[in-house]
Structures are given as C-alpha cells and as structure tokens.
Design a protein around this ligand. Structure first.
Ligand code: TXA
Ligand code: MG
Length: 379
C-alpha cells in the first residue's frame, strides 16, 4: 500500500502544486488525471517501469495498448514516426478534444505502450487540469481510463479513489468529467480511416466538419442488429461480421469484457418511453423479483411505475427497485454523462440487475449505446 494523495483543484489551478505532481509523474509516479471524457491513470510514457505499473494496478491484459496524451501538436514527433496527411485536418477540427488518432509509432515509445503494435494512439485532451499537467510534465503521458480493468470508467475523482486508493501516488480532483464517455479512437493507418471505438466525435460529425469519410462498422452494425431486439447485448457482438462473414477487428481493447458493473445489465429497448416501459414489463418483468436497479429518465420510470402498479394491483414490486434517474425524458447527452456513474452507484446499492434505457444511435447515442451494449454482453 502506498499513500494516495487527493488534490482538489480550485477555481484557478495552483501551478506550483501541480508542478510538484508533474515532477513526480516524470519520475514514475502514477496520477489520477481528470479529462473531458473520463478520469485517466497517467504515467510517463517514456518510462517502461511506469507503463508496466499501470498495467499491474489496473489488472489490464498485456496486449491492450495505451493512449499517449499530449498538450501540444509539436510533441507529435516524439510519438509518431510518420504523420498521416489527414492528421493536421482532424487536429484543426477536433483538437484538443475527445478524438484519439492511431498513427505509425516512433521507436522512442516503449513497446509496452503499444502492446507490441507498430502504431501509437495519440490524443490531446481539452480538460484544463490535464492540459496543465501535460504542459508542466512536458513528456508524452500514457493514460488508460482509471478503472480496474473490465469495470466502468471513472467519471468523478471519488470513482478513482474507489478503484485506485493505496495503489497510486496522486489523484487530481477537478470535479465530474464533461462528457462521461471515452474518446473516439480513429485509425489513420487504414484507408479510409476507421473508427475502432465510438465516442462523441461520430463519423457524421467528422464528415460534416471536415468532409472526410470514415468507416464506422461497429455503429452501423450495432444499428442493424437492432432489427432483432429480442436478446439484449449479444446480437450486436455476433453481427460484427461483414457480408462475407469476416470478423471485423475492433481496437485491441474492445475484445475484452468492458465497462461492466458487477450487476447484470439489461437494455430496455424501444423508441420512446411508452415502448421502453412496455419492453421492461413484457421482456424482463420477471427480473424485477430480483433486487434490481433502473437507470433512465423520470418520464420512463413514472410510466413504468404506473403500469406495474396497475397490473399488479398495487403490489410493491417497485419497492425493490433502486433508481438512478435523470430529469424529464432525458437526452442522449445527459444519459451518456451519467451512464458509468449510474453503474457504479447501482453496484454500490447492491443490485443484481441493472435495467438501462436504449437511446437512438445518433449523436451521443452512438457512444452511449456502444458502451451499454458492451456492458450487457457479459455472461
Ligand atoms: O477518453 C479516453 O480515451 C480515456 C482518457 C483517460 O483519455 N482513455 C481511455 O484509455 O479510454 P483506455 O486505455 O481505457 O482505452 C484505450 C483504447 C483501447 O480500446 C485500446 O485498445 C485502444 O484505445 N488503443 C490504444 N492504442 C491503440 C493502437 N495503437 N491501435 C489501436 N487501438 C489502440
Ligand atoms: Mg478503459
């Protein structure tokens, strides 16, 4: 056990204090770092010992590569051996921000970082504390999401503490993350570029802002899989094959159990509150006998409560249900922001089952549904 120092970032950043954290990071300390997506577990990318420790404390499989975080475009040469022609255009449009780009790796970056691949994934976070830390450290910084491997990513400093207390030197608390879901991972070594992990920067948004067309097999196929809504989760996974039946590779990390709470996740399918509450009643009402949790909008929950109460003559079925609700009928942005936090809170409440609402696969709904489907896949 080591002592984990929690540092609360105030209204303005205390540069002196942060410089000490940055100096420790350069020497090998691990730091819980807020970003606009999720909290990361940051270490000096140039120190193989620090990189190895990150894998150890997370319990992360060795073949799952890490993202290198930079604060300035000029640092790219330390990480990448050849800059793809599309990089400056995408950088201009989306950086700093939640876009990770996979490019040919520089030999300066240790093999542990890329898990033996000849590519490196690079991202320029937008969050102020992350940017200040990266500037003060002035080295490329690897930062996977700061959760224990397989679990939901941390979106608040307290989540980092839950997973990493006693294992890492520092956690910087700069409040809840803006987005709540990890960055889009875009492979620039394939033509056309290919989305390996969906995030809030969608293929549509990239096309709108830059005119660049990118392949996005996962979202397209996940959407297609929705035609058969019967069994939550596994349909999307099975259909990640092209018309020839060839398996479409995900980003290495995407093959592992991911984003999952301890409780089993079920997706309440449907296009509106009416359909989703009916789906819960028709498809998974029997599950309500177990201690279950509901993550969704107040509107859906109210409808559900009304229907169940009516059907079961006032039986207190819903007394069993722990709820994590967002106001009104919610939207894809708030659902995305709260998803991982809800998983963690409902786990803490000891539920066996989590029922979460489907959202349309557009805008933030693309990333939201990707994480939710992945969480529901687990057996
Ligand atoms: O938003 C984010 O990206 C957060 C914050 C902390 O920056 N980080 C994050 O890291 O989500 P992590 O390690 O949890 O996820 C990194 C993803 C994995 O799916 C991994 O397989 C993929 O990026 N990845 C990393 N390097 C890669 C490479 N060279 N080629 C393909 N995929 C790569
Ligand atoms: Mg992760």
């Amino acid at each position: 056990m080591i002592e984990t120092r929690l540092i609360t970032i105030g209204e303005t950043i205390d540069e002196e204090e942060l410089a000490q954290v940055a100096a420790a990071l350069v020497k090998g300390a691990l730091v819980g770092m807020p970003t606009e997506t999720v909290y990361g577990l940051a270490g000096n990318a140039f120190l193989p010992e620090a990189v190895t420790r990150i894998f150890t404390v997370k319990g992360r499989p060795q073949d799952n590569p890490l993202i290198v975080h930079l604060y300035d475009k000029s640092q790219i040469e330390q990480v990448v051996s050849e800059i793809p022609a599309l990089f400056p255009i995408l950088y201009e449009a989306f950086c700093p921000g939640p876009l990770t780009m996979v490019m040919p790796k520089s030999p300066l970056i240790p093999d542990q970082v890329s898990a033996g691949l000849d590519t490196a994934a690079v991202r320029f976070p937008a969050q102020r504390t992350a940017r200040a830390l990266l500037r003060l450290a002035n080295v490329p910084v690897v930062a996977p999401s700061g959760n224990l491997s397989g679990g939901p990513s941390p979106t608040k400093a307290e989540h980092m503490l839950d997973d990493m207390r006693g294992k890492i030197e520092y956690i910087l608390d700069d409040g809840p993350c803006d987005l709540g879901v990890e960055s889009t991972v875009l492979d620039l070594t394939s033509d056309p570029p290919r989305i390996l992990r969906p995030g809030v920067i969608t293929a549509d948004l990239i096309r709108q802002r830059t005119g660049i067309s990118v392949a996005d097999d996962q979202s397209i196929l996940a959407k297609a899989a929705r035609v058969v809504p019967a069994s939550p989760g596994s349909e999307a996974e099975r259909s990640l094959q092209d018309s020839e039946g060839t398996w479409i590779p995900r980003s290495p990390g995407q093959k592992y159990r991911h984003y999952s709470p301890r409780a089993k996740v079920f997706i309440a399918r449907g296009n509106d509150e009416e359909q989703r509450s009916d789906y819960i009643i028709a498809a998974i009402a029997q599950l309500l006998e177990k201690k279950s949790g509901f993550f969704g909008s107040e509107a859906t929950f109210n409808l559900l409560a009304k229907k169940l109460t009516a059907e079961q003559d006032g039986l207190p079925v819903l007394n069993n249900m722990v709820t994590y609700l967002y106001p009104g009928s919610g939207d894809d942005k708030i659902a995305t922001h709260e998803l991982f936090s809800a998983f963690r809170a409902l786990d803490k409440a000891g539920v066996e089952i989590i029922i979460a609402e489907e959202f349309p696969h557009i805008n933030y709904g693309v990333a939201y549904m990707n994480r939710l489907e992945r969480a529901a896949e687990r057996e």
